[in-house]
Design a protein around this ligand. Structure first.
Ligand code: GZL
Length: 355
C-alpha cells in the first residue's frame, strides 16, 4: 500500500508540474523566462490606442514580453480607469507573478494597489505615473504611504518635456515670426488629470514664469502669453475640433500652438489650413512625442518642433520585472532618455525612427 501511495504522490506532482502549474524550472510549457528558473506571468493594463505613441508603446511591451519569454496577459482599457481597475483585479485572481499598468489618470489607485500588496504581487507603473511616483517610502511596510503603492515607475519626466517645449519656443519663435512684441499661445492639453498632462502643463509654465495654477497668463518677460488652453484628450480628432474653435474665436491673434502630443498637433494642422492660415509659418507649432506623423509634418514644413517622449519602454519593463522577482534592487523611477527635433534635424533623423 505504502509503495502505491508514494507512486500516486509522485505521479500527481509530475502531472501538476507538467501542466505548468508547478514552480520548477522547465516544468511549465514554453521554456523559462530570461533570467528566471520558470516562465513568469505578467498582467499588463494598457490605457487604450488613442495615439501613434500609445500604439508604439503597446508594440514595444508585447515584443519585449516575447523576447524575454514572459506570458503577457494584455488588457486594453479603452481609456476608462474602471476597466483598468477591473483588469488588475482579474490579474490578482489569476495569481499572476507581477502586474504592470499605465494609469490613465494620477488618482484613484489606492484601493486596487493595496489589494496587490495584500496579494503579494509587485506592480510597475509604465509610461504615466500616479501620486508617490519617485520617492522611496520611509517605512516599506506602511501600506498607507503612496510611495509603497508600486515598486517601480518606468517613464518620462513630463515636467521636463514641458520645460523643453517652452525653451525651444524662447529660442526660436522670433526666428520664425520676427518683430512681434508678444507671442500669443494656444494650448491643447492632454487627458485631464493624467501625469502626462499635469507635468507638461506645469513644466511649460514654469519655464515662462507663469504660475502653474493658472491656465492662462503672461511670461515674466512679457513676451509670451497663453490666451487659450483646453484639452484635446491626446487624440487627432479632438485636437482638430478644439483648434477649429480656437481659430473661430481668435484665429488672427494666434502665433503659437503648444500641443501636449503630436497627434493633437496633427489634427490642429488640418484646422489651421481649413481656416486659411499657414501652419508652421502663421502659427508656430510645437508638439510632444516625436512620432512619425510629426517628422512628416516637420519635413513638410507644417510643424516646427516635437519634443521626444520615448514609448519604447518594453525592454526596461521586462528587465525591471525580472529583477523585482529575483529580489534584486531596482530604481524607483527609471527615467526615459529623450531628444528634441525640429526642422533643422528632422529630415536626417526620420529614416532611423523606430516609431
Ligand atoms: C506620454 C503618454 C502620452 C503621449 C500621448 O508618456 O502617456 O499618452 O504623449 C499618449 O501621445 O496618448
Amino acid at each position: 500500500m505504502k509503495k502505491l501511495a508514494v507512486f500516486v504522490l509522485a505521479l500527481a506532482t509530475a502531472s501538476f508540474a507538467f501542466a505548468g502549474g508547478g514552480q520548477q524550472g522547465g516544468g511549465s510549457s514554453g521554456g523559462v523566462t530570461k533570467g528566471m528558473d520558470r516562465k513568469i506571468v505578467m498582467g499588463y493594463s494598457q490605457i487604450g490606442a488613442e495615439s501613434e505613441w500609445r500604439t508604439a508603446c503597446t508594440n514595444s511591451v508585447k515584443a519585449a514580453a516575447a523576447e524575454w519569454n514572459i506570458d503577457l496577459r494584455f488588457s486594453d482599457a479603452q481609456q476608462q480607469q474602471q476597466n483598468q481597475l477591473q483588469a488588475i483585479r482579474t490579474f490578482i485572481q489569476q495569481k499572476v507573478d507581477i502586474i504592470a499598468f499605465t494609469p490613465v489618470v494620477e488618482t484613484g489607485w489606492e484601493a486596487i494597489l493595496k489589494e496587490c500588496l495584500d496579494a503579494g504581487i509587485p506592480t510597475i507603473c509604465v509610461d504615466r505615473s500616479i501620486e508617490g511616483s519617485d520617492r522611496v517610502a520611509a517605512n516599506p511596510n506602511d501600506k498607507n504611504d503612496p510611495d509603497n503603492w508600486f515598486t517601480a515607475f518606468i517613464g518620462s519626466d513630463m515636467e521636463q518635456e514641458g520645460n523643453r517645449a517652452a525653451a525651444w519656443l524662447i529660442a526660436n519663435a522670433a526666428k520664425i515670426k520676427p518683430g512681434k512684441s508678444v507671442y500669443n499661445i494656444v494650448e491643447l492639453q492632454g487627458t485631464v488629470g493624467s501625469s502626462a498632462m499635469t507635468g507638461r502643463f506645469k513644466g511649460f509654465r514654469d519655464t515662462f514664469g507663469i504660475p502653474a495654477a493658472s491656465a492662462l497668463g503672461t511670461s515674466a518677460d512679457g513676451k509670451f502669453k497663453i490666451i487659450l488652453s483646453q484639452t484635446g484628450d491626446f487624440t487627432r480628432a479632438q485636437g482638430k475640433q478644439v483648434m477649429e474653435a480656437f481659430m473661430k474665436s481668435n484665429g488672427n491673434d494666434i502665433d503659437i500652438l503648444f500641443a501636449h502630443n503630436d497627434d493633437m498637433a496633427i489634427g490642429a494642422i488640418q484646422a489651421i489650413q481649413e481656416a486659411g492660415k499657414v501652419p508652421g509659418k502663421d502659427i508656430i507649432i510645437v508638439g510632444i512625442d516625436a512620432v512619425k506623423g510629426a517628422f512628416e509634418a516637420m519635413v513638410a514644413g507644417t510643424m516646427n518642433a516635437s519634443i521626444e517622449c520615448n514609448p519604447l519602454l518594453g525592454p526596461q519593463v521586462m528587465e525591471t520585472a525580472v529583477n523585482i522577482l529575483n529580489k534584486k534592487p531596482v530604481e524607483k523611477w527609471v527615467v526615459s532618455k529623450e531628444s528634441d527635433y525640429d526642422q533643422s534635424n528632422a529630415a536626417a533623423a526620420y529614416p532611423s525612427r523606430q516609431y
